[in-house]
Design a binder for this molecule. Structure first.
Ligand SMILES: Nc1ncnc2c1ncn2[C@@H]1O[C@H](COP(=O)(O)OP(=O)(O)OP(=O)(O)O)[C@@H](O)[C@H]1O
Ligand SMILES: [Mg+2]
Length: 150
């Protein structure tokens, strides 16, 4: 169980040096608590995207440690890494929508990490998940677009 006073996201002395020698992050120490709303502002090239990609380990860091709910994502492997990752939502600048799929199916993709691969291959989402996806779309006023291509 996670202690209640521990930060939700914790960066400890994190550095990222790209293969070509560019320093993406330099000794970053950062705590983000549950419920905190944080905005990262900086010039182009300051390292904002590097920071975000490091937090869900889309890329490895060179030094330091990153903890999510007290668990190191830096050293996690296989199933543990997948379990940490599925609790992290990420909206990409380019959205990464599947344009030939329906709006509902695009939303359901957010549940893929909770299913075995064979189920997602055959679109076997549960009634409950479809209902949840529909309600989420209702919340943002998109209920009439459920079956429209994204
Ligand atoms: N794959 C890479 N290989 C080498 N250097 C990289 C790579 N990705 C980013 N960089 C460099 O790392 C630094 C930080 O880049 P990053 O993309 O994180 O900045 P940013 O703050 O997101 O910028 P922007 O506001 O333009 O999105 C920059 O100097 C960039 O050129
Ligand atoms: Mg960026």
């Amino acid at each position: 169980m996670a202690a209640t006073n521990q930060p939700m996201i914790q960066l400890k002395n994190v550095s990222k040096i790209y293969d070509n020698g560019t320093v993406g992050l330099k000794d970053i120490n950062l705590n983000i608590d549950k419920g905190e709303f944080v905005v990262v502002v900086g010039l182009s090239g300051a390292g904002k995207s590097t920071l975000l990609r490091s937090i869900n380990r889309l890329q490895d860091i060179s030094k330091g440690d990153i903890l999510i709910d007290g668990k190191s994502i830096t050293s996690a492997k296989g199933k543990d890494l997948r379990e940490i990752r599925r609790d992290i939502g990420m909206i990409f600048q380019s959205f990464n929508l599947v344009k030939r799929s329906s709006v509902l199916r695009n939303v359901l993709t957010g549940r893929v990490a909770y299913y075995p691969t064979w189920k997602t291959t055959f679109n076997l989402f549960t009634k409950e998940d479809k209902q949840k996806a529909y309600e989420a779309l209702q919340r943002v006023d998109l209920a009439d677009k459920v079956y429209t291509r994204a």
